[in-house]
Write a protein of this length. Structure first.
Length: 510
């Protein structure tokens, strides 16, 4: 009957038939059958995927199978999302204004790039045809627009080759960037589309002629950049010693107004302005006046933790010139390296590199403010091309204090004799006088419930004398009524910002 024996059948305690171990030939045959089954299953799944609406949409427009599609991707900073959207929309308006956006549906679409999702959809894994996702992005202090967060749109390359343009905005799961993906059967066509979109992004740049603050933005979709309203100030709103404002205007505004003729004469345009003086004397107010005068200038403000973005800010300033980069309290990152016992603050080198990296022919102004000019890094303060004009903004003299009282009292009926007020405020700052007027007006409003224009009389001198008594207190220091203790922020003998104190460490045993 043959050499093979029937397998031993064991029905066990449960009455279920169990077959003994397979022979080598039987195992190979079974493995081959399973492999053919898996291949057949994969082929059927792939055929279903190829017929899926998402893959069919891509294949039908590009005119090739998904395996032949190339992706050319470009990453941008997160805050460029709105510009990326505007660049793509401008491209579509020129070539395929009737094109309609579509999206990719799927629970995990926030984790993969567009090409990766299409490949997964081809194998019927997790993704399908859906609607484009939209987000909101700011385009001004009060205005915002809808932008594509994740979507694809069919269009053509400059040479007529069909392409798909994809946008992926910043998301919570992937790297902090905005991403442009161009899909096509021809790499050169895809690269040409990407280059044209980048050109249109710069042509339609939403940041141009705006006032921008780097930091954490309150506007959704444009993290790290906030749009600020441009101040409206006249020269009469700035109280400085005679000739000071004229020097500032000549250096910053004069060069801007005659930039073309200066360049033609072989002169450089990049300039640096350092405003120094005690806190509260009007350095920031002077900067606001410059922002008001330079209506066609892009302004980028950096303060606090945002100073770490000085490199990106300088690059943006080069792109959007004429521009002005304002770094407030620069002494926090640019103190003299001779004072440091430990590693120098790396932000100092970033600041110096950013200022040096802007070409001399760039119409870019760096405006730095500090309360401690004597402690600034010498390489920053002394070298021409980084800072070429340093202006002291001092405490106001008697005439300046009188003008400040009149300035901050413009909205009230000011009947006070100003001589005793000027005398009582000797040595104070503009911030001090501004608060003086507010307290006096508040007292007048409380005293008169008629609701008319507040009348401020000779009681203004009493308020001034009362505030003068506070000058040694913390309130007085904060308002610029006195210099406050020297040393670090905590008081005498404590370290200055940027210095590494010597700390004795003790080892305890219990």
């Amino acid at each position: 009957m043959g050499d093979k024996t029937a397998p031993v059948r064991d029905y066990g305690d449960e009455g279920v038939e169990a077959v003994g171990e397979l022979s080598g030939d039987e195992a190979k045959a079974l493995a081959g059958s399973l492999r053919r089954l898996m291949q057949l299953t994969a082929n059927l799944v792939e055929q279903d995927g190829e017929a899926a609406p998402l893959i069919a949409r891509v294949r039908d427009h590009l005119g090739c199978e998904l395996a032949e599609v190339l992706s050319v991707a470009t990453r941008f900073e997160t805050w460029e999302h709105v510009n990326l959207h505007r660049g793509v929309e401008a491209y579509l308006a020129e070539r395929t204004p009737e094109a309609q956006w579509f999206g990719v549906g799927g629970q995990h679409r926030g984790h993969e790039d567009i090409m990766g999702m299409l490949i997964a959809a081809r194998h019927s894994v997790g993704y399908g045809l859906g609607s484009a996702d939209y987000a909101t992005a700011a385009v001004g202090p009060q205005d915002s627009v809808e932008v594509v967060q994740l979507g694809l749109v069919p269009t053509t390359a400059p040479d007529g080759t069909p392409v798909l343009v994809g946008i992926r905005g910043p998301n919570d799961y992937g790297p902090p960037a905005s991403r442009l993906e161009v899909l096509a059967a021809d790499r050169a066509a895809a690269r040409a589309v990407g280059a044209e979109i980048e050109r249109l992004m710069r042509e339609h740049d939403v940041f141009r002629r705006q006032v921008l603050a780097f930091g954490v933005s309150e506007h959704r979709g444009n993290e790290l950049v906030t749009f600020l309203p441009r101040p409206t100030l006249d020269a009469d709103d700035v109280v400085l010693p005679d000739g000071v404002l004229d020097s500032i205007e000549e250096h910053v505004i004069g060069i801007a107004e005659h930039s073309e003729r200066l360049l033609a004469a072989g002169q450089h345009l990049k300039r640096g302005l350092l405003l120094h003086g005690p806190p509260g004397t009007g350095k920031t107010h002077t900067v606001r006046y410059l922002m008001s005068r330079l209506q066609n200038c892009t302004v980028i403000l950096l303060t606090g933790q945002a100073m770490r973005l000085i490199g990106q800010a300088a690059a943006l300033a080069r792109r959007l010139q004429p521009s002005m980069v304002v770094v407030e309290d620069v002494d926090l990152v640019a103190m003299d390296r001779g004072f440091a016992n430990g590693p120098t603050n790396p932000l100092l080198f970033t600041l110096l590199d950013a200022m040096d990296g802007v070409g001399a022919d760039a119409d870019v102004t760096f405006v730095l403010t500090t309360n401690r000019a004597d402690e600034l890094e010498r390489a920053l303060a002394d070298r021409p091309g980084r800072v070429d004009l340093a202006i002291e903004v001092p405490r106001p003299d008697a005439d300046g204090r009188r003008r400040l009282i009149e300035l901050y009292g413009r909205g009230v009926d000011l009947r006070a004799d100003l001589d005793p007020v000027v005398e009582a405020t000797e040595g104070v700052t503009a911030s001090f006088i501004k608060e003086l007027l507010r307290r006096a007006v508040l007292n007048a409003v409380r005293a008169d419930g008629a609701g008319g224009v507040p009348v401020v009389g000779d009681e203004l001198a009493d308020v001034a004398r009362a505030m003068a008594g506070e000058r040694a207190s913390l309130t007085g220091v904060l308002l610029g009524g006195s210099d406050g203790p020297r040393g670090g922020p905590g008081g005498p003998g404590l370290p200055q910002p940027g210095l590494e104190p010597h700390v004795t460490r003790y080892r305890y045993s219990w």
